[in-house]
Design a protein around this ligand. Structure first.
Ligand SMILES: C[S@@+](CC[C@H](N)C(=O)[O-])C[C@H]1O[C@@H](n2cnc3c(N)ncnc32)[C@H](O)[C@@H]1O
Length: 241
C-alpha cells in the first residue's frame, strides 16, 4: 500500500489510530518485545524531567508516556498530554484514572501542527512515536520549540534506522516479514501494520531528525540509539535567552 499523500495523511492517521485504539497498547508491546516502557523512561531522562516540572507530551495517544512523566514530576509537577484521536485519548483517560494521578494530568484533544499553548509555557516537551505520523515534521518541531521555555529540552522517541552492516539488512528483512504476519494474525488490522512499516521506512533517520532539530534552533542536539538503532531518542535544548 502506498503512503497517503500529505493532504490525506492527517485524516488517515487519525482514523487509523481511532480504529486501533483498543489494540494499540498490546500492538506496541508486541512490536517492541516489551521494551516500550523502558524506552519511554529513557526518553523522560533525556528530556531532563524532574520534580515540579510542567511538561507537555505531544501525540500522547493512550497516555503511557504521559503517566510515566507524571510519576517523575511528583506532587508539585503537572503534565499535559495532547492528541487528536479521541479514541486514543479515551483509553488514555482510563489509564490516568487507574494511575490515581488525575490531579496532575490533563489530557486534551488538539493538533500537533498548531499547539493550543502560549509561547514558552513548558519546562520540557516529549513526543513518543509521534513525529513519524504528522503531515509536516518541520511544523511540529517548530511548534514544540515555540512552547518549550528557554533552557528546556524537547525529546522525540520514534522508529529509527539501524546502520550496522548485517544487522541493518537482517532488521529490514525481519520488519518486512513481520508486518504482514502480524497483520494476518490480528485480522482486519493489516492496514495499520502496513502503515507502521511504510511510515517507518519513509521517516527520517535519527541523523536526519537530529539535523532538523538543529535547523530549528535547538542546541546540544543529539541522538541515542536503542535496540541497535531500531528506535532512537532525538533531543535538543532551546537556547537560554
Ligand atoms: C504511535 S501513537 C503514540 C502514542 C504514545 N505517544 C505512545 O508513546 O505510545 C501516535 C499518536 O499520534 C497521534 N497523532 C498523529 N498525528 C497527530 C497530530 N497531527 N496531532 C495530534 N496527534 C497526532 C495519533 O492520534 C496517535 O495517538
Amino acid at each position: 500500500m502506498a503512503l497517503p499523500s500529505k493532504e490525506q495523511k492527517e485524516r488517515y492517521v487519525r482514523e487509523m489510530f481511532n480504529g486501533i485504539a483498543h489494540k494499540y497498547d498490546l500492538m506496541n508491546t508486541m512490536m517492541s518485545f516489551g521494551q516500550d516502557q523502558s524506552w519511554r523512561r529513557y526518553a523522560i531522562r533525556r528530556a531532563h524531567v524532574s520534580t515540579g516540572m510542567n511538561v507537555l507530551d505531544v501525540c500522547c495517544g493512550t497516555a503511557a508516556l504521559t503517566v510515566e512523566i507524571a510519576q517523575t514530576v511528583g506532587e508539585t509537577g503537572e503534565v499535559t498530554g495532547l492528541d487528536f484521536a479521541e479514541e486514543m485519548l479515551a483509553i488514555g483517560e482510563q489509564r490516568v484514572q487507574n494511575s490515581g494521578l488525575q490531579s496532575k494530568i490533563c489530557l486534551t484533544q488538539g493538533n500537533a501542527m498548531a499547539l493550543p499553548f502560549e509561547d514558552n509555557t513548558f519546562d520540557a516537551v516529549t513526543v513518543g512515536w509521534g513525529l513519524r505520523n504528522v503531515p509536516d515534521i518541520d511544523k511540529a518541531i517548530s511548534e514544540m520549540y515555540r512552547v518549550v521555555k528557554p533552557g528546556g529540552w524537547v525529546v522525540s522517541l520514534d522508529m529509527a534506522k539501524p546502520t550496522a552492516p548485517v544487522f541493518k539488512q537482517a532488521y529490514w528483512l525481519y520488519f518486512d516479514w513481520l508486518v504482514p504476519l502480524l497483520g494476518k494474525i490480528t485480522a482486519g488490522r493489516k492496514g495499520a501494520y502496513q502503515y507502521l512499516h511504510d511510515s517507518s521506512r519513509a521517516f527520517d533517520s535519527q541523523q536526519q531528525l537530529t539535523r532538523r532539530f538543529a535547523k530549528h534552533g535547538f542546541v546540544e542536539t543529539a541522538f541515542h540509539n536503542l535496540m541497535g538503532g531500531v528506535v532512537a531518542v532525538v533531543e535538543g535544548k532551546k537556547p537560554e535567552r
